[in-house]
Ligand binder design. Structure first.
Ligand code: ZN
Ligand code: ZN
Length: 172
């Protein structure tokens, strides 16, 4: 996910350029299991200080359901809006200092802009905190661990019918 923005850096503020994105996310982060490529389109715009990257990218990652613990494919839509500052002055070749308060996104000394890190952060931010395989997932029985999406277990009937509870107390 690297783009050479040397030519764009030489243009005037407001100049733009588009990149079609189609990349594998396989080695992005050990905690991210991508089941699909990252696709979409990014727009790079020359700003006064650098390059602003905007665009919407989509992918699908594997998450584990909070209720039934099963893995499922979760589609994600990532919205990028990140400015990258140069490391080297495009005109003079001089090194540019890091400015306090910057977001830390910088192109490298060859004016290569790498969006991997902002994509990685967007995936983590966009991923649901409590992922559900579906809204009405019934989850696992707290008592016996049965996946209630597959079938009911006996624990539920006992809970629903207080007489079973009373009978069980008698049997003890
Ligand atoms: Zn589930
Ligand atoms: Zn049960």
């Amino acid at each position: 996910m690297q783009y050479n923005v040397a030519q764009l850096m030489k243009q005037r503020t407001g100049a733009t350029r588009s990149y079609v994105v189609q990349s594998s996310l396989e080695r992005l982060d050990p905690d991210i299991v991508a089941v699909d490529e990252l696709t979409g389109e990014l727009r790079a715009m020359r700003t006064v200080d650098g390059v602003l990257i905007t665009g919407t990218l989509t992918t699908t990652i594997e998450l584990h359901c909070d209720r039934c613990l099963r893995p499922f494919a979760c589609p994600l839509e990532l919205t990028l809006e990140d400015e990258f500052k140069p490391t080297i002055d495009i005109a003079t070749g001089a090194s540019l200092p890091v400015v306090a308060g910057d977001n830390g996104n910088r192109t490298d000394e060859f004016h290569i802009l790498d969006v991997s890190e902002v994509v990685r952060q967007q995936i983590l931010v966009t991923s649901p905190l409590h992922p559900l395989c579906r809204d009405d997932c019934r989850g696992l029985c707290m008592t016996c661990g049965q996946d209630l999406n597959e079938s009911d277990c006996d624990c539920i009937e006992e809970e629903l019918d207080p007489r079973w509870g009373a009978l069980r107390t008698l049997l003890k």
